[in-house]
Design a protein around this ligand. Structure first.
Ligand code: PLP
Length: 465
């Protein structure tokens, strides 16, 4: 098959329906409907098998930070495949892409985070983190420190370990999660759960749940706290400004490890290299993936502080993946980091694109269906509501209205995702101001159509308070 001569869409859809199981999808209903077939992409634009051009408001899955179509990454991958397509780093051996990428990440990461353990994905990296922090405490003579505290509606991946760290109830309901010694506290989601408190009061109260949980479990049993600087898959939930300083105080006071899951917030999404820099937090470990390679190759990892790396280094860590530090993936990641740096992509997000998006996205708050429209860096979300003044939920099942809105977005050639009844975007960092205007106008049109649909079907009903 060539790129220009694509078989008929219906034929491809039938093959997909017959043999390809999609992640996080009700496959039987997708099979009836037919998946949209994406054939190529450039910048922030996707092309499908019918020739339609979609604007990708989600940067793939939060990962294509430098945008599609960067031939430099293809060149680097081809060169690396010819030279050394694969070698492991288990046998007291290393290779240039892995060591250079580790050194580069140590330069970019906050002070004191100088050691990288590679994985193939964010899920794998968080599985590494579970074993890393527990083994660290064992080596420190505190093997009873096993409990990792995480948050409801957090997302840390989909393997048994990382899915357990996550706080997604729908995931925990399938297949025996969470694994033991992982406990969850509530999220800092003011719009949905803040009641009559101010955002600042609520942020502090939610942070203090960490302290209450540590005291309930016993500080001598707690290994670590893990969280995303801004929750992504949970619905782009931006914590109140009071939240992270209070979390940092508690982590410092009880001497537990802080793991910042930077899989989405790393590599420029918040206008800094890492979300931890944007929020001024000092993690011991950062999880990375997605934007590390802009999704051009699967690669993830943990960036680890000197103290933890030194303790772990004193013993054989019985852990690793065949593709840890894969040379092609590492070479592509290095090229991606070079482009982010040399083209000033992150500074442009901070100084130009994020402020512009904040205004343009914020303007959607005047829509009758929108309860809030918020952004931080190039992550943004809106809450759909039948009653703006009361921040009310819909009487329909959570997510029904969000799904309807998502369908109108898709029909208008905009990829905007729904999480429950929140609509979210995280476009490639290279999006232009003109493209932001296009995104917003398609979003507004989809909101108008959703409102019309809800009114027609009698769905603009608030849930009983
Ligand atoms: C996507 C994601 C992960 C999991 O990464 P995979 O590469 O899909 O395994 C972990 N943490 C966060 C915050 C993510 O958004």
């Amino acid at each position: 098959m060539t790129f220009t001569n694509i078989p008929p869409t219906a034929e491809l859809q039938a093959l997909d329906a017959a043999h390809h199981m999609h992640p996080f999808t009700e496959n039987a209903s997708l099979a009836r409907k037919g998946a949209r077939i994406i054939t190529r992409a450039e910048g922030v634009w996707l092309t499908d098998s019918t020739g339609a051009q979609l604007i990708d408001g989600m940067a793939g899955l939060w990962c294509v930070n430098i945008g599609y179509g960067r031939g430099e990454l293809a060149e680097v991958a081809a060169r690396q495949m010819r030279e050394l397509p694969y070698y492991n780093t288990f046998f007291q051996t290393t290779h240039i892409p892995a060591l250079q990428l580790a050194a580069r990440l140590a330069e970019l990461a906050p002070e004191g985070l100088n050691h990288v353990f590679f994985a193939g994905s964010g899920s794998e990296a968080n599985d590494t983190n579970i074993r890393l922090v527990r083994h660290y405490w064992t080596l420190k003579g505190a093997p009873e420190r096993k409990v990792i505290i995480s948050r409801r509606n957090g997302y840390h991946g989909s393997s048994m370990g990382s899915g357990s760290l996550g706080g997604m109830a729908a995931m925990h309901a399938q297949g025996g999660m969470p694994i033991p010694d992982i406990v969850h506290i509530d999220q800092p989601y003011w719009y949905g759960e803040g009641g009559d408190q101010t955002p600042e009061e609520f942020g502090r109260a939610r942070a203090r749940q960490l302290e209450e949980k540590i005291l309930e479990i016993g500080p001598e049993r707690v290994a670590a706290f893990i969280a995303e600087p801004v929750q992504g898959a949970g619905g782009v939930i931006i914590p109140p400004e009071s939240y992270w300083p209070e979390i940092q105080r508690i982590v410092d006071h009880y001497g537990i490890l802080l793991i910042a899951d930077e899989v989405i917030t790393g590599f420029g999404r918040l206008g800094e290299w890492f979300g931890s820099i944007a929020y001024g937090i000092r993690p011991h470990v950062m999880t990375i993936a997605k934007g590390l390679s802009s999704g051009y190759q699967p690669i993830g990892g943990s960036i680890i502080c000197d103290e933890v790396a030194e303790v772990i280094g004193g013993d054989e860590f019985n852990h690793g993946y065949t593709y840890s530090g894969h040379p092609v993936a590492a070479a592509v990641a290095l090229e991606n980091l070079r482009i982010l740096e040399e083209e000033g992509v992150i500074a442009r997000v901070r100084e130009t694109t994020a402020p512009y998006l904040a205004r343009a996205w914020g303007s959607l708050a005047d829509h009758p269906l929108v309860g809030e429209a918020v952004s931080r860096g190039l992550m943004a979300s809106l809450a759909l509501t039948p009653d703006k003044a009361r921040r009310a939920r819909f009487a329909s099942d959570p997510g029904d209205v969000g799904y309807i809105c998502r369908e109108y977005c898709f029909a208008n050639d905009l990829v905007m995702r729904h999480v429950g009844d929140r609509m979210i975007i995280a476009p490639p960092l290279v999006i232009t101001l003109a493209e932001i205007d296009i995104l917003i106008s398609r979003a507004r049109k989809a909101l108008d159509q959703t409102l019309e649909h809800l009114e027609r079907e009698g769905l603009m009903q608030p849930a009983a308070a």
